[in-house]
Design a protein around this ligand. Structure first.
Ligand SMILES: CC(C)(COP(=O)(O)OP(=O)(O)OC[C@H]1O[C@@H](n2cnc3c(N)ncnc32)[C@H](O)[C@@H]1OP(=O)(O)O)[C@@H](O)C(=O)NCCC(=O)NCCS
Length: 139
C-alpha cells in the first residue's frame, strides 16, 4: 500500500485527532525498523526495536469497518513482529477514543499506564492517552 493510499484511509477514518499525512507515511516507511501490515482497506503501521513492537497508526476505511479488517491486519502485524524478535506490543490510544479502545481490548491488549494530557485537541484542551500492551504470543 502506497503512502498516498495509507494517508487516504487515515484521513477518512481518524476523527479524534489529526491524521498522518502522505509525507509522514513516506518518512516512516523509509525507516528499516518500520513494519506495515495492510489490506482490505485497513492498515497497521508500527516498528520493531529491541524485542518490542510499537503501533504508530492503525485505521480501517469507514465503509469497511466492523468486518474484521483491522483484526486481520493486526494479527499479521503481530506475527511478523514476532518473526522479527518482538516479545510484546505497545501502543498509545486517546482515552476518549472508545472504538479504538474497544478494538484493542477485543484483540487482547490491556492497559499498562496512563499519560496525562498527552494529545493536543483542536479546541486547545488536551486528552489523556492510555498505554496498552500485549505479550506475544498470546492465545
Ligand atoms: C479502531 C478501528 C481501526 C477498528 O477497525 P475495524 O476494522 O472496524 O475493526 P474490526 O472489524 O476488526 O473489529 C474487531 C473487534 O473490535 C471491536 N470493535 C471494533 N470497532 C468497534 C467499535 N466501533 N465499537 C466497539 N467495539 C469495536 C469489536 O469487538 C470487533 O469485533 P465485532 O465486530 O465482532 O464485535 C476503526 O474503528 C478505525 O479506523 N478508527 C479510527 C482510527 C483510530 O482511532 N485508530 C486508532 C488510533 S490508536
Amino acid at each position: 500500500m502506497t503512502p498516498a493510499a495509507l494517508a487516504g484511509i487515515a484521513t477518512r477514518a481518524y476523527c479524534h485527532m489529526t491524521p498522518w499525512r502522505e509525507a509522514d507515511f513516506a518518512a516512516t516507511l523509509a525507516q528499516p525498523t518500520t513494519l506495515l501490515s495492510a489490506g482490505e482497506g485497513a492498515f497497521v503501521l508500527g516498528r520493531v526495536v529491541a524485542g518490542e513492537a510499537e503501533i504508530l497508526a492503525l485505521a480501517t476505511d469507514p465503509e469497511r469497518q466492523r468486518r474484521g479488517a483491522a483484526r486481520a491486519v493486526l494479527a499479521r502485524f503481530e506475527a511478523e513482529a514476532m518473526a522479527r524478535g518482538a516479545e510484546e506490543v505497545f501502543l498509545e490510544v486517546a482515552a476518549a477514543n472508545a472504538p479504538a479502545r474497544a478494538f484493542y481490548e477485543a484483540c487482547g491488549y490491556t492497559r499498562a499506564g496512563l499519560r496525562k494530557a498527552y494529545y493536543p485537541c483542536p479546541d486547545g484542551s488536551r486528552d489523556d492517552a492510555l498505554l496498552m500492551r500485549k505479550a506475544l504470543p498470546e492465545n
